[in-house]
Design a protein around this ligand. Sequence first.
Ligand code: ZN
Ligand code: ZN
Ligand code: FE
Length: 764
Amino acid sequence: MIVAGPRLACRVTVTGLVQGVGFRPFIHRLAIRHQLGGWVRNGSGDVQIEIEGVPPEVEAFVREVAVEAPPLARIERVEVNAHPPRGLTAFSVLDSVDEPGQRQPVSPDVATCAACERELFDPADRRHRYPFITCTDCGPRFTVIEAMPYDRERTSMAAFRQCAACLAEYHTPGDRRYHSESNSCPACGPRLAFRAGSLQIEGNEAALAAAVELLGEGRILALRGLGGFHLAVDATAPEAVRRLRERKHRDAKPFAVMVRELADVRELAIVSPAEADLLVSAERPVVLLARRPEAPLAGQVAPGLAWIGIMLPATPLHHLLLAGIGRPLVMTSGNLSEEPIATGNDEARERLAAIADGFLLHDREIVARYDDSVVRVVQEAPVLIRRARGYAPMPLRLPVAAPVPLLAVGPHLKNTFTLVHGDWAYVSQHIGDLENLETLAHFQEGLGRCQRLFRIEPRVVARDRHPGYLSTRVAREFGLPEIAVQHHHAHVAAVLAEHGECGPAIGVAFDGTGLGDDETIWGAEFLVAGLWDYVRLGTFRPAPLPGGDLAARTPWRAALGYQSLAPDLAPLLAIAFEGIPESQRTLAEQQIARRVNAPLASSMGRLFDAAAALLGVRREASYEGQAAMELESLAGRRPAAEYPARIAERGRLLVADPTSTLAALGWRRQRGAAVADLAADFHASIARTTEEMVHQLAERTGLRTVALAGGTFQNARLLESVRTRLEGLDLRVLAPRLLSPNDGAISYGQAAVAAARLATGPSH
Ligand code: ZN
Ligand code: ZN
Ligand code: FE
């Protein structure tokens, strides 16, 4: 009922994450509630609304747009322009308009909402046990969207025509599925199929039953999800988990586990309130949790680690599988070690043939590869370890806007790329290690798609200094001006930028390795850094890494490198080489002596490796970081003694020499100290040394802000103790939150540096 009297009309433009989140239905409800005429439509860069009605109602509408927006929306700006009334009385949803040159965020996939979960298990509902149930509040988005604006015809749901019942929901204002672009039901939507050898089973229930039966027998299921295939196996069956490791060529790297609900998580691990919030969040990441020693899980799920990665079901298919099997499942990416996750049915059946005993397939195409995200809570604050499903490709801000569109190609390992327009940085999902053609193809395909989605045509490319990286070659191929950014500068810049800061600050970058600006390898650096530039003012004493890259998987080689710096370490270090063939050791010694393939490196990752070898914890690793993760697991939260490194001045460079720390640990071990205590002592010694280095640099420079960066800070004990100590010195500490401490953040850091340099020119 439209009231007579003075009327007000205006155009409201809303930008931010406002498509694929139930925004148009929300606007429709709001307009009806306030008795307004007009329309709403999706644009390429915004949602456009026209409303008309009595002034108090129009004003209330404008107020409530931002306040009452759907939970998944993230509103950036609401712009209101009044215009003369046109006499509109009804309110409608118009077709989307495609406007070239406009861009906007694309919603990540959203885990099944509570309402859909209820319907899924309600025998009276027409979507009872339907594996593709969604609504405007949940379901696939990034993995099905081919282009914006967000409409079904530009998604991989376009292949499925809604039946009459679904269409009725789609067109009924007030329905939970009003304008739900992924709407479907058992009659009209995607379907499951099961394949095992020559066995072919069609139909949702029959395929699911076959999959559950296979898992129940301890066999391996390849399961097509939203962003790619998972490999699943009964996590309580040691033989089954062992077989998965063997076939996947993954010796020890931890597997994630999926359980049905929060109560099940608590049986396996200790869950804090912040961790519980993350587990049930719409993003549904894998959360790294302190494992209960008595947890009924096969030891091979996460060997040698005190924590376990657990997630709750993110899709209806997960819910159904977990309900059917009734115990925890290992859920790991459907790939051979080091390769990207498989997405297509045929591709998976070929690539995973030697791993999976059966395949649970469906017929909706996957537009984007999307790994599970991994989060760890440190001091009650989440730290993203791997950013993909649920988070990417939400853009982050840059403190300094880029004057031209940019591409940052990221690092060599744990690659992501970043596209920049203005002060928006679109950081890709986790891509993987750029070491093989499959991952390179994943990179190029992902990049092409994001360029189309966000309509960004880069004019400058940012890359690592390292000329030999595959990412550098990729950067060259664009034939555009390049900006080279040193690896640890990018680490520190990423942390500054995600906190909205430009620096200068003291940056502590601890990681595996990156190419320094003196052509040696860096990895334990103290920089004074801003976005534009940096000066290296401190480091750990470098040691030779015999075998170069090989050393990352052989902690004993790292130990040998430190021994060459301090020969009196030798008697304390003998244990580090037990079981290592004499010939290998002799070769490594010769490499060090002749300085052939034994580059000098100040790597914190390799220092953790050397300590692990020296304590007899691990001499050879099956994945990078294994030794450090085991040391952290052993250390737990036990109290520790400190054996800080000696700090010396070499010119303007402060150098911490960790050989004294290693010697003290070796000496105590020989006298029978417990390895777990010594692992704790090692952490405390590194934290104490870091505190002292930063303290001296703060005195020297007058800077009071410290940014902690680099993969080593995935170590919760180290991050927590370094942060606490520095805050004790009254320093302000910035740590990674939205992006990983590890190399997943490098492309964003490169982008932040390149944008700043371009904005103020080379003179800066
Ligand atoms: Zn839902
Ligand atoms: Zn239908
Ligand atoms: Fe790094």
